[in-house]
Design a protein around this ligand. Structure first.
Ligand code: IPM
Ligand code: MN
Length: 352
């Protein structure tokens, strides 16, 4: 098939890990006889420096033309002044909204060989396979904001429609997995959470009677993720809770550098990005973990291009590289000496 992919390398380690994901995609294309046309566009701090705008019009246009978007990472100390009017993160948030990418899928399934890389005890990690579904275009991220010298507010708002559609995504995913959903909220305090609970029950009872539902308060969920992570199947939650819980959940896998994500709307186009940030402390050193970016590319093959076999081939290649002990510094141990970003991606290429 022919597909058009817009690359959004962004800041810090973003360009380094995106370059490796691109090599893997091109290798898959050659092997399976596809043609992926790729073009890069500016986003985040890099775009602020070049054009004064974290999401320039040319970037939006390039994204509209593409079948899928592959993003590296955005942000960094250079643009982090709390009083700055223009911030790199605004580019990503506007992009999510522009294309209505409301469903953020963040799979967490520790590789058996990496249990020693997690701060959790290995026996807790056996069998962990969680799909976190984070609502991505609503809630406190996008509510009205106010700020004076001595006062600030961020409004958290959700409509029933916004909740319904994300719960349906979770329901469909649960059906293809173990048929269990944990919906995370703070219904003992927040009105938005009480609406979330009501709508969740309504949608699942009516449309997914074969899927079981448990409500869990977000503070308890943060605890249970560490205490009994293997009990979770699909976890669905609102925007900010999902942001926080997936950073926590990444430690089950051993490193932020291992977790991919897909941000989807109602059509095929999607935005794919590692959940990690721009890691300014290691940027430019060639030691960032490329696996999360490569696994994000695999999600792109699956969800936007419907190339399941190719997606599995890429995921299997990453798993085999890890099997062989090919580890960047974030997951290296005394037994497994650290390798570079490029060397880790080379190991994946070899296995495709
Ligand atoms: C993420 C990031 C973003 C978020 C930031 C960069 C705006 O942390 O994708 O998890 O909070 O959604
Ligand atoms: Mn985050």
């Amino acid at each position: 098939m022919k597909a058009c992919i817009t690359l959004l390398p962004g800041d810090g380690i973003g360009p380094e890990v995106t370059a490796e994901a691109v090599r893997c995609l091109q290798h898959v294309a050659r092997k399976f006889n596809h043609e992926f046309e790729m073009q890069s566009a500016a986003i985040g701090g890099a775009a602020i420096d070049a054009e004064g705008d974290p999401l320039p019009a040319a970037t939006i246009a390039a994204c509209h033309k593409a079948d899928a978007l592959l993003l590296g990472a955005i942000g960094g100390p250079k643009w982090s002044d709390p009083d700055a009017r223009v911030r790199p993160e605004q580019g990503l948030l506007r992009l999510r909204r522009e294309f209505d990418f409301y469903a953020n899928l963040r799979p967490v399934a520790p590789h058996p060989a990496l249990l020693d890389a997690s701060p959790l005890k290995a026996h807790l990690l056996a069998g962990v396979d969680i799909m976190v579904v984070r609502e991505l275009t609503g809630g406190i991220y996008f509510g009205e904001k106010t700020r004076t010298a001595e006062h600030a507010t961020d409004l958290c708002a959700y409509s029933a429609t916004e909740i319904e559609r994300i719960i349906r995504v979770a329901g469909r995913l649960a059906r293809a997995r173990r048929h269990r959903i944990v919906s995370v909220d703070k219904a003992n305090v927040l009105e938005t959470s009480r609406l979330w609970r009501t709508v969740t029950e309504r949608v699942l009872t009516a449309e997914f009677p074969d899927v079981s539902l448990e409500h869990m308060l977000v503070d308890a969920a943060a605890m249970h993720l560490l205490r009994r992570p293997a009990d979770f199947d699909v976890m669905v939650t609102e925007n900010m809770f999902g942001d926080i819980l997936t950073d926590e959940a990444s430690m089950l896998a051993g490193s932020m550098g291992l977790l991919p994500s897909a941000s989807l709307g109602d059509d095929r186009k999607g935005l794919y990005e590692p959940i990690h940030g721009s890691a300014p402390d290691i940027a430019g050193k060639g030691i960032a973990n490329p696996y999360a970016a490569i696994l994000s590319a695999a999600m792109l093959l699956r969800h936007s291009l419907q190339l399941e076999e190719e997606a599995v081939a890429l995921e299997t290649a990453v798993a085999r590289a890890i099997d062989q002990g090919v580890r960047t510094p974030d997951i290296a141990t005394a037994e497994h000496a650290p390798v570079s970003t490029r060397a880790a991606a080379d190991a994946v290429l070899q296995e495709i």
